[in-house]
Design a protein around this ligand. Structure first.
Ligand code: NAD
Ligand code: WQD
Length: 333
């Protein structure tokens, strides 16, 4: 199929581009490089052994997006382009609504005009909010606790209304849990700018000597070892989940939300222990106050993805850490 990846040079988009190209799809990328680098395109082309048509541009540019859809006879769009910092979204909400919600609406308009009606959207487990029960299934009430999460929920709702208005649409909202890890080649991975907010990139920078120690945000939660527990998923499993969702859209019409996780929660200390094995060194750490807005534990119910997409995560926590460390050792930033 001819597929457009918005935000295709970012962390999840680049791994998905590698998987889809490996399956023989024609992948076109648009990215404004606000949180990625052009060099990722070269790395992707080394992995795939072929060139990708690339547009440095913004999904809010209606004319550009329409012309890409038409020129490349795109059949499905995978919409990764978005801003993802929870902290920044609280400081600058309009920037987040403009980019994440406004960008998605412009993309939908372009798709409607070009008669492209298959869309896979990068949503997030953050749409669920405080767990009423665990694991979160897709019917769990939706009540995001931050602006970033509200942008994701708003786009999901707009997409649902769009599919109600025109039964030709096939829309899949994939609710990712905590993606970490990197491509097995070590050529692409997560490339955060500045000091990372998230646990895995922070650990990588501590182990490579760029940061002095890891701050463990709270060891007094009601969890197995007192630290926060999350459903970490290898980014290559996540990428393969997109390939499965793409296959699903061939015969599907309507709107679906589907969790992509492993269903297994790991604590901060589990991740530290696994990473210490990968890097063969101890990670200096200091226990700090809980981070505001953090939940103690959440993880996915994964049956819907198994049933509808015939997909489940295969890679374990050690492989997530091994691949992140391999990428970090080769990464230049
Ligand atoms: P990322 O920042 O690495 O990738 C996003 C890409 O989109 C970047 O390359 C950025 O330059 C580009 N982009 C942003 N706004 C754009 C715009 N207006 N026009 C064109 N390009 C634009 O993030 P990621 O981790 O790969 O996440 C991809 C998507 O998945 C995002 O929508 C994110 O909100 C969502 N998501 C991520 C996580 C996670 O933990 N990484 C979890 C759940 C959901
Ligand atoms: C994981 C655990 C922290 C950093 C975020 C977004 C979520 C989604 C994924 C996009 C928690 C602890 C962290 C550190 C620590 N993104 N931690 N020291 O918060 O689960 O999810 O990314 O949709 O919306 O909120 O991920 O990696 O930041 O934290 O102890 O330096 O690690 O307290 O328990 P989080 P995270």
């Amino acid at each position: 199929m001819n597929i457009l990846l918005t935000g295709g040079l970012g962390f999840i988009g680049s791994h998905t581009a590698a998987v889809l190209a490996g399956e023989g799809h024609e992948v076109v990328i648009i990215d404004n490089l606000c949180n990625s680098q052009r060099q990722t395109l070269g790395s992707l082309e080394m992995i795939a052994g072929k060139k990708f048509p690339f547009y440095e541009g913004d999904v809010r540019d209606l004319t550009l997006v329409k012309s890409i859809l038409q020129d490349h006879q795109i059949e499905c769009v995978i919409h990764f382009a978005g801003l993802k910092s929870v902290a920044e979204s609280g400081v600058d909400p309009l920037k987040y609504f403009d980019n994440n919600v406004g960008g998605s609406i412009t993309l939908m308009e372009a798709m409607q005009a070009a008669n492209v009606k298959k869309l896979i959207f990068s949503s997030s487990a953050t749409v669920y909010g405080i767990p009423q029960y665990l694991p979160y299934d897709e019917e769990h009430p939706l009540s995001p606790m931050n602006v970033y999460g509200r942008t994701k929920l708003q786009v999901e709702e707009i997409l649902q209304d769009l599919s109600r208005s025109d039964p030709d649409w096939s829309i899949v909202c994939l609710r990712y849990f905590n993606p970490i890890g990197a491509h097995e080649s070590g050529l692409i991975g997560e490339l955060p700018q500045g000091i990372p907010n998230n646990l895995m990139p922070y650990i990588c920078q501590v182990v490579s000597g760029k940061l002095p120690h890891l701050n463990v945000f709270g060891d007094d939660y009601d969890t197995k070892d007192g630290t926060g527990e999350r459903d970490y998923i290898h980014v290559m499993d996540l990428a393969e989940g997109h390939a499965a969702a793409l296959a699903f859209t061939r015969d599907h019409k309507g709107w679906e939300a589907i969790n992509l996780g492993t269903g297994i929660p790991y604590s901060v200390y589990d991740l530290i222990n696994a990473f210490e094995k990968s890097a063969k060194q101890a990670i200096p750490k200091m226990v700090k106050e809980r981070r505001s807005g953090d939940l103690p534990i959440y993880f996915a119910k994964v049956e819907k993805a198994k049933n509808l997409l015939n997909w489940e995560a295969k890679r374990d926590l050690q492989l997530m850490c091994d691949s992140s460390w391999k990428y970090q050792q080769g990464a230049k930033r």
